[in-house]
Every structure is written in structure tokens, then in C-alpha cells.
Design a binder for this molecule. Sequence first.
Ligand code: SAH
Ligand code: SF4
Length: 358
Amino acid sequence: MFIEMVSGLLRDLRSGSIEDMVDLALDMDQPRFRGIQLFRWIHKSGVTSFMDMTNLPLEFRMRLREECSIQEPVIAARRQSAADGTVKLLLQLADGEKVESVIMPHEDNSGRCTVCVSSQIGCPVGCVFCATGSMGFTRNLSVSEILSQVYLADKLGMNGRKRWYVSNVVFMGMGEPFLNYEAVIKSLRILMDSQGINIGQRRIVVSTAGYVPGIMKMAGEGLQAVLAVSLHAADNGLRNRLVPLNRKYPLEALAEACSYYNEKTGRRITFEYALINNINDSTECARQLAKFAEPLSANVNLIPLNDVSHVDYRRSSNTQVAAFMKVLEDNGVEAVIRKERGSDIAGACGQLRLLLKE
Ligand code: SAH
Ligand code: SF4
């Protein structure tokens, strides 16, 4: 059984799958269905005290209280965008480390919201235009810490004036998800569990900077989640500069992995492309991108660069974005320009770094 330990003493049940909970119940001389009830309390109801699990026998609850815990990070800071209602949370974890997540209520008044979760504290990849990349890497997040970002967002939505519930989860916060592979995949499965928070598989996006072994491995997981690959350049020289991971996994290897992913899953990949003024936004770059994306039937998300206070990297002009988009369309590649959210609170793509340091 794999349930993460806290402080080396107590098992943190927020990291447990339904199978883990059933095993735990059986270990504690309880019938299987008690494990399922436990899973529902933790992953559906978001309860953090064993004593509140009123349909469990008291002796089982007491034993759980002695031997296990349910960790929940503390909200250390919170900022809300006046412009679009986006909320950025700074969470303090059990060991004192901090991590950010972003809650984006949908603008259609459906009550749905997307949570952008972090998978690591910092990021070892070091893309030159990304604020997270510039803060270095501290450690991976646990399953419990990843899920907590979603559960806290859901709780906030239940209590606030403007109500929302989490309908979508995107792994686009701090960190490279495939460098924390096991924890990310386990989190995905728990999020999708119909006995838990039950997020639709296709409403979950995992975004990678192009870690080829992760793409290959995820192809075999039998998941329907959406895979996004952050491309930013379809030329090795330029991509080596922007996304250092390209030096290890160049475009040829990346294309092969994407093609394998397509074959194995029957799912299209999305390429993310941050448009940086005079760096990767020429029509020639657009042609290279089209040539790369078209054989893979990939969609393209264009993201006009969000400001990270770096002099060399500015967003492309609207005219350039439109010209770039037109080349893609003319070459049969479906593209959308991603609407910016939360940029007034530094909560947009690539702007995540510790609130306290701002
Ligand atoms: N590490 C993963 C996921 C987190 S980043 C990845 O790189 O894919 C989420 C997305 O934001 C990625 O596509 C990333 O390249 C992009 N991004 C990073 N910095 C940005 C910036 N300053 N402006 C716009 N997008 C940025
Ligand atoms: Fe890491 Fe993604 Fe930022 Fe690159 S863009 S440094 S992979 S978080």
C-alpha cells in the first residue's frame, strides 16, 4: 500500500486511492465498504477530521485518529483579480514550504471553475521566459499536496459570495508534471474517481515542457486526460535556447513521442506556444510550427507572453499574433489564442512564483 507518511509518523490519507483505503480498512479489521466510505469522506466531502465521519464506527474513527492524518495546507495569502475574478492562493505546506495555485471561475456564470495546480515547488527545467523557472527547484509535491489545491479551491467556492465548484483541473502551475510522474498520475486517477470529486477525464489537462519519457509512459496509462506539450519553437536552435530540456529531447524525439501517443491513445495533443516579440513570432516560425503540428493533427494554443519583468522577452503585438495565426490556419492547423486570466495578480501562465517574494 502506498499512502504517504507525514513527518515519518502518520499516514496522510489524502494521498490514498480507493484501493489504498480498502486495504487500510481490511488491515484494521473493517469490511471493504468502510474503506470506500472513508475514501468518499476524504475525496468527495473534503472532511479533514476523522471524528466528522459520522457513518464510520467510533472505534474505527478512533484508530484512524491515532494512526493516520489528513493533511490540509494553510492558505498563507490570497489575491483576487478585480478584472476577471481569478484567485491566486499561496499555500503553506506541512514542512513550511510554500506553493501557488490559481482558481479561474468560468465567465459563463455556470458556476464551473478551472483550477491550475502546481506539481513541484519551483521547477528544474528553467525555461527562460517563465517566472517559476527562474526560482530553481526545491522539491516534488506529494499526491496529498496536489489534491489539496483542488479541494481547497472547491471549498472556497462553496463558502464565498460568488459560488463555484471545480469542474476542470489543469497541471499548468509551478513545475514539470512528468518530473513528478507517479504522484501526478495517482492524483489524476483520484480526481477522476466517480466516488471522489469526479472530475471528467477530458476536463483534466497535463502540460509538459516535452519530457519524452513521460509522454511515452502516459500513453500506456489508459487515461483520457488531455496532453498539452509546451513547444514555443519548432526549430531546435531556438528551442534549445527557450526550453533547455530540448537539448536532451530535441524536436525529432518529441515528434516521435507525440506520434506514439496519438497512435496508442487515439487522442490529439495540444501544442502550447507563447508568442514572444521578435523571438519566435515571425511568419517563418509559424510555418515551421505548422509543419511540425500538421502531421500530428495537433491543436495549437497561442499564448501572447505574460509579463515576467524580463527585458528581452516582451509579448508579440496583436498584429503579429494575427499574422502568425493566419499562417497556421492557411496550413490546415487549428489554433486558438488563449485568453489571459489573472495577469493583474501575476496569476497568469508563467507568472507563478512566491507571493511573499513579490
Ligand atoms: N511545466 C509545464 C506546465 C506549467 S507551465 C510546462 O511547461 O508545460 C504552463 C504553461 O505556461 C506552459 O505552456 C508554459 O510554457 C507557459 N508559460 C510559461 N511562462 C510563460 C509566460 N511568461 N507567458 C506565457 N506563457 C508562459
Ligand atoms: Fe518549468 Fe514549465 Fe516554467 Fe518551463 S515553463 S520552467 S517547464 S514550469
